[in-house]
Ligand binder design. Structure first.
Ligand SMILES: Cc1cc2nc3c(=O)[nH]c(=O)nc-3n(C[C@H](O)[C@H](O)[C@H](O)COP(=O)(O)OP(=O)(O)OC[C@H]3O[C@@H](n4cnc5c(N)ncnc54)[C@H](O)[C@@H]3O)c2cc1C
Length: 241
């Protein structure tokens, strides 16, 4: 499917955590994409139009386009957040090959922070389509790193996915947990993956997030001796932290 250029308007801003917001835009009827793909958005700014790449946080089953991001104070993010409802932007897409493996018997997602956006898109799509096309008995595991419990983006939705999507387990790993937290603390490690997956070498790993997350997960997957052919990566190049 060839990429499309189109005008879109801001419909809604949805706070997701103290520093993370989703922006919903109108979606033309003829715009198609696959869960896991990304687009380029161009917003007006005082110095001229600015563009950035974002994964679709929305699923193809939803009527809008959604991007979710952490506000960093950059010129682009300030311009994005300053848009009034109804403001017009340019969108170009869809791009990318970070696509759900319907034929893979076991998929583990390794993600953290804002890297969750394409995973949310894929899981929302599976939930909305009853997982049609998945190989029978397919197992899914999500290892989802967040700085704090309050900072888990789309937490309620991920809880719901565990009820709606068969054979899905979500494991949260909190970098700075409160004393009340009963789950894993720190970062996603080979030890956590070994504890949750009895047979880590049988899984295909979908790794997505900012470059430091990708580098960290490269090390973890090397410790687990996972061959490159079982690793699918989407790097949010340009996301510094
Ligand atoms: C496929 C893809 C999907 C993405 N999806 C998301 C998403 O869902 N949510 C999200 O928040 N972000 C996503 N990003 C990252 C996003 O495009 C921005 O780079 C990021 O949000 C930081 O923007 P900023 O305005 O805060 O920082 P900026 O001021 O734009 O840049 C931060 C730092 O990165 C450097 N930099 C900028 N662009 C690049 C580049 N292309 N390569 C290397 N270094 C660069 C800058 O020099 C600066 O040091 C995605 C990126 C890609 C490539």
């Amino acid at each position: 499917m060839a990429a499309m250029n189109f005008k879109s308007t801001l419909l809604e801003k949805i706070p997701r955590s103290s520093d993370t917001t989703s922006y919903r835009f109108s979606r033309p009827a003829d715009y198609t994409f696959k869960a896991g793909q990304w687009f380029t958005i161009t917003v007006p700014a005082p110095s001229g139009p600015l563009d950035h790449h974002f994964s679709h946080a929305d699923s193809p089953t939803e009527p809008h386009i959604e991007l979710t991001t952490r506000l960093t104070g950059s010129e682009f993010k300030t311009a994005l957040d300053g848009l009034p409802i109804g403001a017009e932007v340019d969108i170009q897409g869809a791009y990318g090959a970070f696509l759900f493996g319907y034929d893979k018997p076991k998929i583990a997602f390794l993600t953290g922070g804002i890297g969750v956006t394409p995973v949310r898109s894929m899981l929302r799509y599976l939930a909305d389509t009853d997982g049609a096309g998945r190989v029978p008995g397919q197992e899914l595991a999500v290892f989802y790193g967040s700085m704090t419990e309050d900072g888990i983006v789309y937490k309620d939705e991920f809880d719901g996915f565990e009820q709606k999507i068969s054979e899905l387990r979500v494991t949260h790993v909190i970098t700075n947990p409160t004393p009340e937290w009963k789950g894993y603390g720190g970062f996603i490690t080979a030890g956590i993956i070994r504890a949750e997956l009895s047979d880590p070498s049988d899984w295909t790993y979908y790794v997505v997030g900012p470059p430091p997350m990708i580098t960290a997960m490269d090390r973890v997957l090397a410790q687990l001796e996972i061959p490159q052919g079982q690793i699918v990566v989407e790097s949010f190049a340009g996301y510094a932290s």
